[in-house]
Design a protein around this ligand. Structure first.
Ligand code: C5P
Length: 295
């Protein structure tokens, strides 16, 4: 089954909580850039993970391993599963690849083991694995609040295309959040962020309003550390994208366009430039919840 990447259309940080997380309000969107997860029942008990990559090795540290072990424990099953993971989504990129692999593992095991869990039950389990995992149970377009685990469905975003550019370095989500120096939550003051405007654009079904509204509070931190990301944003716009934005805690930069050919031309320009050598480039369109479930 395909495990889609997610992007942020908005990411407002409302403040730092006592439990070590940040209170956020963000609009999440799945895109057609996929890992692949395959699960089979085996006679031996335990979780047997293969595949992955050097950055996401098939061992106990992998979120897929932890997801599968959690499902077996909660379901009270003593049997085992063999899972093969094919990675394509870049790691530590702000695209929630590991979270999506874990979410799809829960969905596949629910079906394979006949557990009969509802989407809401799977989302609750997913929240134990990470803040972004619940969103990836359903995907599509959703508002995520709390630490990211509280979901509200939103009107599907108008279909558009993304140039996805991953620098040859990663970003640590805890480090990025910490460096933001957000005020305590509750309390403190938060200026109005991008989320309300993105939601209004989605309600109006307007791509133009949407790209004018997108924003990410974490950009200032990661781009502050890596000035070349600002140059990359400018290069994507120069090559035809309507807007460019960092995804999640970064460092992946997204270029937005309504046109597939514009996306492919911009992607090719970045790929062929010696200046951006070592940067990974993909072209992907947005997915609806429905399309995600057909994968
Ligand atoms: O939930 P997850 O395991 O993905 O979070 C990893 C880390 O990122 C947290 O331990 C925390 O340091 C930071 N984080 C945060 N606020 C969020 C989500 C993550 O501070 N809403």
């Amino acid at each position: 089954m395909l495990a889609p990447a997610k992007i942020n259309l908005s990411l407002d940080v409302l403040g730092r909580r006592d439990d070590g997380y940040h209170q956020v309000s963000m609009v999440m969107q799945t895109i057609a850039l996929f890992d692949r997860v395959h699960v089979e029942e085996v006679s031996r008990s335990g979780v047997f993970l293969s595949g992955g990559s050097s950055e996401a090795p098939p061992d106990r540290s992998n979120l897929v391993y932890r997801a599968a072990a959690l499902v077996l424990a909660r379901a009270g099953r003593t049997g085992g599963v063999a899972i093969d993971l094919v990675k394509n989504i870049p790691v530590a990129a702000g695209l929630a690849g590991g979270s999506s692999d874990a979410a799809i593992t829960i969905k596949l095991m629910n079906r394979l083991l006949g557990l009969g869990w509802s989407l809401a039950e799977m989302e609750a389990l997913a929240a134990e694995l990470g803040s972004d995992v619940p969103f990836l149970i359903r995907g599509g377009t959703a508002l995520a609040s709390g630490r990211g685990e509280q979901l509200t469905a939103l009107p599907a975003a108008p279909t558009f295309w993304l140039v996805v550019v991953k620098p040859p370095f990663g970003a640590s989500t805890p480090r990025v959040y910490q460096a933001l120096g957000a005020p305590p939550y509750p309390g403190g003051q938060h200026r109005e962020g991008a989320t309300a405007k993105v939601m209004a654009a989605l309600a109006a079904g307007s791509y133009g309003a949407l790209i004018a509204a997108v924003g990410n509070d974490l950009e200032q931190v990661t781009i502050g550390w890596h000035q070349e990301l600002q140059e990359l944003k400018e290069a994507l716009v120069r090559h035809g994208c309507d807007r460019a934005l960092m995804s999640g805690s970064g460092p992946t930069i997204l270029g937005f366009t309504e046109h597939e050919d514009v996306a492919r031309q911009a992607a090719q320009a970045i790929e062929q430039s010696a200046y951006w050598s070592g940067y990974g480039v993909w072209v992907a369109k947005t997915l609806t919840e429905q399309e995600g479930n057909e994968g």
